[in-house]
Design a protein around this ligand. Structure first.
Ligand code: 16G
Ligand code: MG
Length: 540
C-alpha cells in the first residue's frame, strides 16, 4: 500500500550528518539544507492542527535578520503565539529522523501518543519573506502538508507578524473575540484606523525615515501607508528606504534593525538630517529600533528598552487619567540585556514592576501574559504589549466620569487596537511610538533625555562546546562550568556600576558576553575580562 508520508519524505531526503534543532526562532540555517525540514514541518503542522481539533496553525518561512543565503521556518499556535515547547521537541525529533520510513512511523507514533484522530481536519496557513529560497522551500512544505491531507492557505509574502495576525483572525472569526478580518487588507484597515483614532487629532511632528532592511517589510509598509491619514489629514510623513526586494542579495546587508543595533550606526544609505527621527525594521519586520544623529553628527540609538519605557509611561498615564488605576496595574518584562539604566528608570521613576526572563520572545510573552498589562521588549527591538482578558473587559466597561477621563479612555481604547496582541510587530510598534511621541509632544531628543544608558559592550566568544555554559536566574548567572561565576563576580566588583553575564547563544555556536559599567572604558574592560574567563573555561 502506498504511504504518502514516506513518499513525501523520500522526495526531500535529509542530508547526512546534520542535526537540526527547533531553537528560539524555529529551525534556522543555510537555505540549501532545509528542504527535508520543511516537508517534515508540514507533517507536524498538520498533526498540531488535528491535536487542536482542526484550528488553524501557522507556518512562517523566514530567517529574519540573518544573511540572504539562510532561511528558516517556525510554527505559530492558534492565537498567534509561539509553538508550545513540547511540540518544539517533537519537531526536532521529526526533523532528525533518518529514513522516509522512520518519518512515517514517527508521524503515526505522535498521533498515537497524543491521541490525535487522523481523520480530524487539519488546517494550516502559510507565508514567507522575500528570500530567493522561499519559493522552493514553500514547495517542500506543501508536499508535507498534502501528504498529511491538510487544507492549507498560502498568503504568499507576509511579514512574520502579519502571518501571526492571520492565524489569530482565522481562529477567532465569528466569535466574540474576533481579532480582525483574515486578509492583508483587513490588517491594514485595522491598524490604519487604530492609528488615526489613537492620534485623536494630534499631528506627529516632523517626518519618519523607515529602513526596511530590503525585506518584506518594505512593500508591506508601502501598502500600509495607503491606509494611514495623509499629511494633509494631519498624518505622518513616512520616507521608506531600503525597500529593494527585487534584489534578494541585498536583504539585511548594511541596513536593518540588527545592523543598526550591532554597529550602533545608521545605515549608510540613510539621508536623514540632524535630529530626524529614523527607525529600522529587520528582515521579517518583527523588530524595530529607533535612532537619530544629533547636531554634532553623533549617533543615538533608541532601542527596545527605550520603546518599552516610552510605551509603559504612556499607558500608565492613560490608565490613571481614565480613572482605572485602582483596577489595572502595568508591568514591564525585560531580559538580562536590558540596560541597567532602563531597569532603574522603570522601577524608580515610572514606579512599575520589572520582571526578567531568559532571552527569546516566547519567555517574555509568557511572563507578560501573567500581568494586567504586560509591556515586553528585548533590547534588540522585539516586543509588544499584552492586555489580559480582564483588563480588556475593564477598559471596555469603564464609564468616564468627566471629559478628561473620556479623552484618556478614547485614546486608551484606540491604543489597545493599535497594538498587535499576537506577537511583536515592527509596523504596529512603530505606529505606537509615533502616537506616544505625538501625544507627549516629544522630539527624539526629549525621548533620549529620560535617562542615560550605561555604556555597554557585547562580545561573542567561540568555545569548543557552548552547551557546557549553563545559566540560572534568567541567564544572569552561570552555574556551569563550575567556579566561573565567582570569577566573573570579582571582575564586576572592580568597576563602577558594573554588571556582566555570559550565556550560550540559542542561534549560533558561541557564548555571548554582555557587560555594562559607569564609563565606556570600564564597560569595555569588563567585557574583555569576562570574555577571557569564558574562553579559558571553554577551551578544554
Ligand atoms: C532569536 C529570538 C530573539 C532573541 C535571539 C537571541 C525569537 C522570535 N527570536 O532570534 O528573541 O533575541 O534569538 O539570539 O524568539 P542568541 O540566543 O543567539 O543570542
Ligand atoms: Mg525578525
Amino acid at each position: 500500500m502506498a504511504d504518502p508520508i514516506a513518499e513525501a519524505a523520500q522526495k526531500h531526503p535529509a542530508p547526512e550528518g546534520l542535526t537540526y534543532t527547533y531553537g528560539t526562532a524555529g529551525f534556522r540555517t543555510k537555505a540549501d539544507v532545509l528542504d527535508s525540514v520543511l516537508t517534515r514541518v508540514g507533517l507536524i503542522a498538520a498533526l498540531r492542527s488535528r491535536a487542536l481539533k482542526g484550528q488553524w496553525i501557522g507556518v512562517m518561512i523566514t530567517a529574519s535578520h540573518n544573511p540572504p543565503g539562510d532561511n528558516g521556518v517556525k510554527l505559530v499556535e492558534p492565537l498567534g503565539n509561539m509553538l508550545q515547547e513540547e511540540w518544539e521537541v517533537l519537531s526536532t525529533t521529526m526533523a532528525n529522523k533518518a529514513t522516509p520510513e522512520d518519518v512515517s512511523q514517527y508521524y503515526r507514533d505522535i498521533a498515537k501518543t497524543h491521541r490525535i484522530d487522523l481523520a480530524t481536519p487539519a488546517r494550516v496557513v502559510v507565508a514567507r519573506d522575500t528570500r530567493a529560497s522561499g519559493a522552493r522551500l514553500l514547495g517542500c512544505l506543501v508536499d508535507g502538508l498534502k501528504a498529511a491531507g491538510a487544507d492549507y492557505k498560502d498568503f504568499g509574502f507576509l511579514t512574520t507578524p502579519q502571518l501571526h495576525y492571520m492565524v489569530r483572525c482565522l481562529n477567532t472569526e465569528g466569535t466574540p473575540n474576533a481579532y480582525g478580518s483574515p486578509t492583508e487588507k483587513g490588517y491594514y484597515e485595522k491598524f490604519g484606523a487604530a492609528f488615526k483614532n489613537a492620534l485623536k487629532g494630534k499631528k506627529p511632528s516632523g517626518g519618519l525615515t523607515v529602513d526596511c532592511a530590503n525585506g518584506v517589510g518594505g512593500p508591506k509598509l508601502t501598502e500600509l501607508i495607503k491606509y494611514l491619514p495623509s499629511e494633509d489629514e494631519g498624518g505622518l510623513k513616512i520616507t521608506v528606504i531600503n525597500d529593494n526586494v527585487i534584489k534578494p542579495d541585498s536583504l539585511n546587508v548594511e541596513c536593518g534593525a540588527d545592523y543598526v543595533k550591532t554597529n550602533q550606526r545608521a545605515p549608510p544609505s540613510s539621508k536623514a538630517g540632524p535630529n530626524d527621527r529614523c527607525c529600522s525594521l529587520d528582515g521579517d519586520a518583527d523588530r524595530v529600533v529607533y535612532y537619530f544623529k544629533d547636531d554634532s553628527n553623533v549617533f543615538h540609538l533608541l532601542d527596545g528598552d527605550r520603546i518599552a519605557t516610552l510605551v509603559a509611561s504612556f499607558l500608565g498615564d492613560l490608565i490613571r487619567q481614565s480613572g482605572l488605576a485602582e483596577q489595572i496595574t502595568i508591568g514591564v518584562v525585560q531580559t538580562a540585556y536590558a540596560n541597567g539604566a532602563a531597569t532603574k528608570y522603570v522601577e524608580q521613576t515610572l514606579k512599575l514592576k520589572v520582571d526578567c526572563t531568559p532571552t527569546g520572545v516566547k519567555y517574555l510573552h509568557h511572563a507578560a501574559e501573567k500581568l494586567d498589562i504586560g509591556v515586553y521588549f528585548e533590547a534588540n527591538g522585539h516586543g509588544t504589549v499584552i492586555f489580559s482578558h480582564e483588563t480588556l473587559e475593564a477598559i471596555a466597561r469603564h464609564e468616564a466620569r468627566n471629559p478628561g477621563q473620556k479623552e484618556a479612555l478614547d485614546i486608551l481604547r484606540a491604543t489597545v487596537e493599535l497594538i498587535n496582541q499576537a506577537v511583536g510587530d515592527a509596523l504596529s510598534d512603530m505606529l505606537l511610538v509615533e502616537v506616544v511621541l505625538a501625544h507627549k509632544n516629544w522630539t527624539v531628543q526629549n525621548w533620549l533625555s529620560t535617562y542615560d544608558d550605561l555604556p555597554n559592550r557585547l562580545l561573542k566568544v567561540t568555545v569548543s562546546d557552548r552547551n557546557r555554559f549553563q545559566t540560572t536566574d534568567a541567564e544572569r548567572r552561570l552555574v556551569k562550568p563550575e567556579g566561573i561565576q565567582k570569577l566573573i563576580d570579582q571582575e564586576v566588583q572592580k568597576v563602577r556600576q558594573g554588571r556582566a553575564f555570559a550565556r550560550a547563544s540559542g542561534t549560533e555556536d558561541a557564548v555571548r558576553v554582555y557587560a555594562e559599567a559607569a564609563t565606556r572604558a570600564e564597560a569595555d574592560d569588563l567585557a574583555r575580562r569576562v570574555a577571557d574567563l569564558v574562553k579559558a573555561a571553554g577551551t578544554v
